[in-house]
Design a protein around this ligand. Structure first.
Ligand code: B4P
Length: 191
């Protein structure tokens, strides 16, 4: 099984590259951001709670995310592997993911860390905000998302370096160029 964690700051292209990886490698996709936005749209209990955090640029509490992920993961049984997009975002989430996969007889194969400088991230998210209608794609919220990323999410790179699973990917260039870098890395792991 090929289980891929796609990682990076907000706007680094996780969602964009996930689409390409799924097409090429036939993986199932779990995007915690997409699941949360669907819950918000359907005005569920989880959606109502998540909305407050997302609009402030904060992370949704780990317990809620981990419960949500366990349910979604069981829906993907029988696939060639899964791409985890936007999850884990904290060390407790990474530990929970490892346990969940181990219980199912598998593990994370690789963590792809998309590297993009801050100015480019802000420009991409502001551009997306013009068309996405997302309540978190405005300058004030983008700045808090980046702060949260640096304090809570970036330390996960060290966690995956220690696990021997970390691969850095230069995340600037055309979508195709970045995908070529990812494809090479995944083909080596899959060989
Ligand atoms: P997410 O939905 O995961 O999204 P993201 O980090 O904002 O964006 P992504 O990196 O996927 O960027 P994209 O490809 O779209 O999170 C949203 C919120 O949900 C979080 O802030 C948090 O509150 C909550 N949440 C989600 N998961 C959670 C978790 N596990 N725990 C707690 N809370 C959680 O790219 C961005 C833009 O750049 C797009 O417009 C794209 O077209 C453009 N772009 C992509 N690649 C490009 C390239 N090479 N060149 C130019 N532009 C490019």
């Amino acid at each position: 099984m090929l289980n891929v964690v796609i990682f990076g700051a907000p706007g680094s292209g996780k969602g964009t590259q996930s689409e390409r990886i799924i097409e090429q490698f036939g993986l199932a996709h779990i995007s915690t951001g997409d699941v949360l936005r669907a819950e918000m749209k359907n005005d569920t209990e989880l959606g109502k709670i998540a909305k407050d955090y997302i609009e402030k640029g904060q992370l949704v509490p780990d317990e809620l995310i981990v419960d949500m992920l366990a349910k979604v993961l069981d829906e993907k049984k029988g696939s060639n592997g899964v791409i985890f997009d936007g999850f884990p975002r904290t060390i407790p989430q990474a530990i929970a993911l490892k346990n969940m996969l181990n219980e199912r007889g598998t593990d994370v194969s690789v963590m792809l860390n998309l590297q993009v400088e801050e100015e480019e991230l802000i420009n991409r998210l502001l551009e997306r905000g013009k068309v996405s209608g997302r309540s978190d794609d405005n300058l004030e919220t983008i700045k808090s998302r980046l702060e949260v990323y640096h304090s809570q999410t970036a330390p996960l790179a060290d966690y995956y370096i220690k696990e021997g699973k970390h691969v850095a990917i230069q995340g600037v260039g055309s979508i195709d160029e970045i995908f070529d870098r990812i494809k090479k890395a995944l083909e080596e792991i899959n060989a």
